[in-house]
Design a protein around this ligand. Structure first.
Ligand code: HEC
Length: 145
């Protein structure tokens, strides 16, 4: 039985777009089943150039790790914008990492050291050096007037 077009359309609104297309397209000739291999293959067919294929194993992986570390380890105290307004921020007096007067006098090495060793109520973080460095860069971007 063929579904009426308008029903097909409303199903399409509810369903994930690709599923709806498979369900409603009368001749899905070029749609084939997804297989796990699709995900791992570096697509290098001419015309379907994937800009990330072949550059390095995981471009951006470090940035992901830094973001993850920030969200998992820092935001509870320092807040998403680093202003010391995370859920635990006021209680522990977490520093506002964007303060210009602090940003202007602290060195990158000192920031890294605080993260690595902790200070007073702030715990130490045993993170890989690249992630600590990424956090320093991130903190530098928080500077606000
Ligand atoms: C449990 C709460 C808590 C967590 C989690 C936390 N901090 Fe802190 N942080 C603090 C407190 C409190 C201070 C102020 C320490 C002091 O000088 O007494 C501070 C200070 C700092 C400072 C120095 C700021 C200044 O003004 O001297 C930096 C840099 C910093 N934190 C970065 C981070 C980073 C990056 C993370 C995540 C990896 C993190 N913190 C996680 C509580 C926390």
């Amino acid at each position: 039985m063929k579904l009426p077009t308008n029903l097909c359309f409303s199903v399409g609104l509810l369903a994930v777009a690709s599923l709806a297309m498979v369900a409603c397209d009368p001749a899905p000739n070029d749609v084939r089943e997804w297989s796990p291999g699709d995900h791992d293959q570096a697509v290098s067919t001419p015309g379907t150039a994937n800009p990330r294929a072949g550059t390095s194993a995981r471009p951006g992986a470090e940035i992901d790790l830094v973001q993850l570390a920030w969200e998992k380890s820092c935001v509870t105290c320092h807040g998403a914008r680093g202003r010391g307004d995370g859920p635990q921020g006021p209680m522990l007096r977490a520093a506002d990492l964007g303060r210009v007067e602090w940003q202007d006098r602290v060195t990158d090495a000192e920031i890294a050291e605080t993260i690595r060793k902790g200070r007073n109520k702030m715990p130490a973080f045993d993170l890989p050096p690249q992630v600590i460095q990424g956090l320093v860069v991130r903190i530098r971007g928080l500077k606000h007037p």
